[in-house]
Design a protein around this ligand. Structure first.
Ligand code: BJ8
Length: 425
């Protein structure tokens, strides 16, 4: 791929040598973690292709769109409404990163004890290895956790086009008002950037397009209730990760095709692991590409993941946006309603999340919950203790894992996960 896209990467100002090194690490990790899995659905071939071209073909498509005048907007959080972006004839891409990169440079700008996700986003910028970031006409930051909101002050010095969205922290009437004000301000900013006025028709279409992506993921999730599990957690996570990069229509079709295949598997009682394999619900911080460490450990330690209570998973995709409104105002209200339900740990109190985890545990017929927090992520680390207590109160076996993007703790984590899986048998 390197030679084929070299010019394109050069034009984006990427550091070619470092970028090659990153792609080779990514390719090796994908080979070792994904392509060694057994009984994968054939439809996953599409996602293998997407990953192999994640910095190639998809970037070329975005640059071609840009040449036609379409704008690209990058975001770090599921609170940024894709519906609004699509309605203005622009494209939204996820910018979160799941690998350590250029850490020496990063730690000159951020304290060491910053979560890996934030550090990684800085590393990809400072190391000049993220073509999505370099293609973006606008980058949206959001005032969610303290780490992110303070880091955006510094990121503002590194990029030219950072837009920061304020977000509520409490699910009150005032909180909803703030979200509404901020979404209207964002709508205006996107209209200014694109020179396109959002109409009721375009907003409705944007809502329907994003809902279709979500419905495909809901269909996939529902199929994961089957015993034996028809798809690995790693593969399902990949689909949830690609949700943030791919063209929406193509993504929806590809996930639906996998679902067609899984329905046939379920009819024949075919699974990716034996029927008695302990079923895990994974809950906690989002996992951006290529953060596959914990799912890989779990699924090579005698268990299978059947659901993700995560922003790269059900927390991010769970609710649809009502598209029945006939005016821009009605539809914007529906967008506010939809996003205000997201139960990110930055909210206080956040009891909805506790309830949702138990609900998912039952729905997906899980045997245990593994709670995953990134080190130094205070919202999820602190909430993990409440999650554990609430689950223990319901006699749900729970394992709390605090980790980062490094591979140093793999052995230790594997021992803990194996013991947990054994306990669930
Ligand atoms: S809605 S979870 S995508 S903020 S891991 S950076 S919380 S210190 S990512 Fe998130 Fe939006 Fe919430 Fe979802 Fe901070 Fe924690 Fe790091 Fe995190």
């Amino acid at each position: 791929m390197s030679e084929k896209y070299k010019r394109m990467w050069e034009s984006l100002g990427l550091a070619l040598e470092s970028h090659d090194a990153l792609l080779s690490i990514l390719g090796k990790a994908y080979q070792d973690i994904y392509l060694t899995q057994k009984n994968r659905p054939e439809g996953m071939g599409y996602f293998d292709f997407v990953i192999s071209e994640i910095h190639g073909l998809r970037i070329k498509e975005l640059l071609d769109e840009k040449e036609q005048g379409r704008k690209v907007i990058g975001s770090y959080c599921v609170f940024v409404p894709e519906e609004i972006v699509l309605a203005a004839n622009a494209t939204l891409v996820g910018l979160c990163s799941g690998a350590d990169f250029a850490m020496e440079k990063v730690e000159k700008l951020l304290p060491r004890n910053t979560c890996s996700l934030i550090k990684s986003s800085f590393g990809f910028k400072l190391g000049k290895v993220c073509p999505y970031l370099e293609s973006a006409d606008m980058i949206v930051g959001e005032n969610t956790c303290d780490g992110k909101k303070k880091a955006y002050e510094t990121l503002n010095d590194l990029v030219q086009n950072l837009y920061v969205m304020d977000l509520p922290q409490v699910k009150s009437n005032q909180g909803r008002e703030l979200l509404k004000t901020e979404y209207n301000r964002f709508k205006e900013a996107v209209e200014n950037l694109t020179g396109t006025t959002i109409t009721a028709e375009s907003l409705k279409k944007g809502i329907q397009t994003v809902n279709n992506k979500r419905k495909a993921i809901h269909r996939l999730s529902a199929l994961r209730k089957a015993i034996p599990a028809p798809i690995s957690g790693l593969d399902a996570l990949l689909a949830n990760q690609v949700f943030f990069y791919d063209s929406p229509e193509r993504f929806t079709d590809s996930v639906n095709k996998i679902c067609d295949e899984l329905e046939k598997r379920i009819e024949k009682k075919e699974g990716v692991f034996p029927e008695a394999t302990p079923r895990i619900l994974l809950s906690g911080c989002p996992m951006a590409v290529p953060n596959w460490k914990l799912p890989w450990i779990i699924e090579t330690s005698g268990a299978v993941i059947v659901g993700e209570e995560s922003c790269v998973g059900e927390r991010g995709t769970r609710n649809l946006t009502d598209d029945s409104g006939s005016t821009v105002d009605d539809l914007m209200e529906a967008i506010v309603d939809r996003y205000f339900k997201i139960d990110c740990a930055i909210f206080t109190p956040n009891t909805d999340r506790l309830n949702h985890i138990t609900e998912m545990f039952d729905t997906y017929k899980a045997d245990g919950v593994i709670h995953y927090s990134l080190q130094f992520c205070q919202p999820y680390l602190i909430e993990a203790m409440r999650v554990e207590k609430a689950l223990e109160g319901k006699n749900i076996p729970t394992l709390r894992v605090d980790t980062d993007y490094s591979m140093e703790d793999v052995g230790q984590l594997k021992t803990r996960v194996e013991a947990f899986a054994e306990q669930l048998k």
